[in-house]
Design a protein around this ligand. Sequence first.
Ligand code: UDP
Length: 234
Amino acid sequence: MKYKRIVLKLSGEALMGSKNSNIDPAVLEQYTAEIKEIRDSGVQVAIVIGGGNIFRGGQAETLGIDRVQGDYMGMLATVINAMALQSALERHGLYTRLMAGIKMEQVCEPFIRRRAIRHLEKGRIVIFGAGIGNPYFTTDSTASLRAIEIQADVVLKGTRVDGVYTKDPEKYTDAVRYTSLSFQEAYEKNLNIMDMTAFTLCQENKLPIIVFDMNRKGNLMRVVKGEEAGTLIS
Ligand code: UDP
């Protein structure tokens, strides 16, 4: 395995799959299978999951809700997704811990860095819920920050496209995928990899990011092995 300790960032929106509901059980099952495969081969796995399928802070104002309040609602949304994922992982016999950036004693542990690392060393999958616990941040920033804190080798950003393209591949047929990029190139070309906060945190701390297609079977394993799948930003 090329990467021994990873932070996997999953978007909340992806959980919707083809269903009209917030969470598609088929997506949960597929993610669980992929995650189990890498965990069973000894990789230490931490996960950050978004909340976009339920609520995004950015929506708040159009609903007459205060922005900060909306951000907290978004953070709570991530906890709902994290709990769903935790349950799916446990159903497959994996050991997990949910650690949150907001105190929620009945369902999550508080995030304590040393404890998170200890869980990983013991083979437990750690899910980071409720983001950083502060408004005006995103789950991408959470993934970057937590990855740095727990000294992960890489942030794996699972999306529905198989990497970073010269332009939007869902709109342009002549878009070309990058296999690797430097942080500087990605910045200069204004490629939307993560929000600026998340991106800068990785760049300043020399933490590589891999953007890959989480919906393709076996892809997570390929990425963790260091095989070419997706785009590596380093
Ligand atoms: N959020 C926040 N602080 C954090 C993490 C998340 O305020 O540290 C809020 C923010 O409003 C965001 C929402 O939670 O819009 C859901 O997360 P995100 O949009 O990152 O989810 P994704 O797009 O990955 O599904």
